[in-house]
Write a protein that binds this ligand. Structure first.
Ligand code: TRH
Length: 388
């Protein structure tokens, strides 16, 4: 065996399957490891055009660039940028390393610690699988690292100063109003109800839109470009759609829809901190909505054979442990209705929930510290590598 001179660094490999969750998680992790733990990090990504949506400063035409202390390399085939062995390889979401990397590490006396970072789930089985090793085809150990909500899992992605920044932001209404102005959103008063909508397509959203228009409450829906809009547009007339497309704003009685451009992740966090209720999806926005300490609704990424409903239920059971039984039951039913495309049920349960200044909103404030369970994912990952 040979030992090609290793450069002390970590490599994170990410393929963009669809949407932004995979790159969203790996980019946050890369940034945190680089800025908080001062680790030299290279993030390899196979789709820079998608990445640019959440990192607008990125140039999708460059094979190599650097932001926030992270080297970002295009993962093309064969690799244009040379891979050199480092201390750690993180293969995100079983993305399968480039062949040339696998071949190279098989030749090393001391291969990097190879970690497969898995998707987040609150299901209990992850405790038994977290940190287990398998032997890969080239004879090297690969460790499974499962994020999760207990101390027997890999924890949750959360930057050290995030909650302090959020508390400062939320302590003064002027911050959210300034943000809305910066985003070009007009006409929101501090007392209006503001709901962010970053879901997938579901008819439940259309049912809720109709219902919200019957309330005696001024409501603003902040809708980043994309899939939620596909649903909403199906319930609009041609004129309304044209107005929304042209002016990015449409008022339907007491409800105003605002279409937002995508921002970077810090901008998205601030948006979540600024809304009264967040409708989120996937993995990363789901977690960030929890960190926003506001009531949320989760549109989970759909999986075959309804596996996602099991995952949703596992999270809801955990989230609701300290919530009063009545609110918990309605909130769980609302999430199920939203995910199962049931507009009438979604409206029925939404109607029974008090979102503002309520036991649900207080619960949302207490949840983040409890969920974090004394250690975030990056800290647990660094500790795991030290122990390995
Ligand atoms: O985009 P998603 O639907 O990603 C999904 C899930 O991760 C799912 O588990 C995975 O299997 C699938 O992709 C392939 O939802 P998610 O996870 O919330 O990711 C969205 C990312 O986009 C998140 O990092 C936040 C970021 N974002 C911004 O940075 N700016 C924005 O303006 C918006 C709206 C989002």
């Amino acid at each position: 065996m040979t030992n090609i001179a290793a450069t002390p660094h970590w490599d994170i490999f990410c393929t963009v399957v669809d949407n932004y969750g995979d790159i969203g998680v790996t980019w946050r992790l890369a940034r945190q490891l680089a800025t908080e733990f001062k680790l030299p990090i290279t993030l390899w990504v196979d789709d820079l055009a998608s990445f640019q949506h959440i990192l607008p400063r990125l140039d999708p035409n460059l094979t190599k660039q650097r932001f926030d202390d992270v080297n970002i390399h295009l993962w093309d085939q064969p690799l244009t940028e040379q891979w050199l062995p480092g201390n750690v390889i993180i293969e995100a979401f079983a993305c399968n390393l480039p062949q040339q990397v696998e071949q190279q590490i098989a030749l090393l006396d001391t291969p990097p610690i190879w970690i497969n970072l898995e998707y987040l789930t609150a299901e209990s089985w992850v405790e038994d699988c977290h940190q287990l090793a398998s032997i890969s085809a080239n004879g090297i150990h690969k460790y499974f690292f499962f994020p999760g909500f207990t101390d027997k899992t890999g924890g949750l992605l959360c930057e050290q100063t995030l909650f302090t920044q959020r508390d400062q932001w939320q302590s003064d209404n002027i911050n959210k109003l300034n943000l809305f102005t910066t985003l070009g959103i007009k006409g929101i008063a501090a007392t209006d109800t503001v709901i962010s909508v970053f879901s997938y397509e579901t008819e439940a959203l259309n049912g809720l839109l109709e219902y919200w228009q019957q309330l005696h409450q001024t409501i603003h829906l902040l809708i980043p470009m994309g899939r939620s809009l596909n649903s909403i547009k199906t319930s609009l007339s041609v004129e309304q759609r044209t107005q929304l497309d042209n002016t990015k704003q449409l008022t339907l009685s007491n409800v105003t829809l605002h279409i937002l451009p995508m921002t970077d992740q810090q901008g998205f966090d601030r948006l979540l901190w600024s809304c009264d209720i967040n409708i989120v999806r996937g993995e990363d926005s789901f977690l960030r909505a929890q960190w926003a300490a506001k009531p949320m609704l989760w549109h989970i990424y759909q999986q075959e054979e309804d596996a996602h409903i099991v995952k949703l239920q596992a999270f809801m059971d955990k989230y609701c442990q300290d919530l009063d039984a009545h609110t918990a039951a309605n909130w769980q039913s609302l999430n199920l209705a939203f995910n199962q495309n049931q507009p009438n049920l979604a409206v029925n349960y939404w109607d029974q929930i008090d979102f503002i200044d309520s036991s649900l909103s207080k619960h949302a404030q207490n949840w983040p510290v409890n969920a974090l369970n004394h250690a975030d994912l990056a800290s647990r990952l660094v500790q795991f590598v030290k122990n390995s």
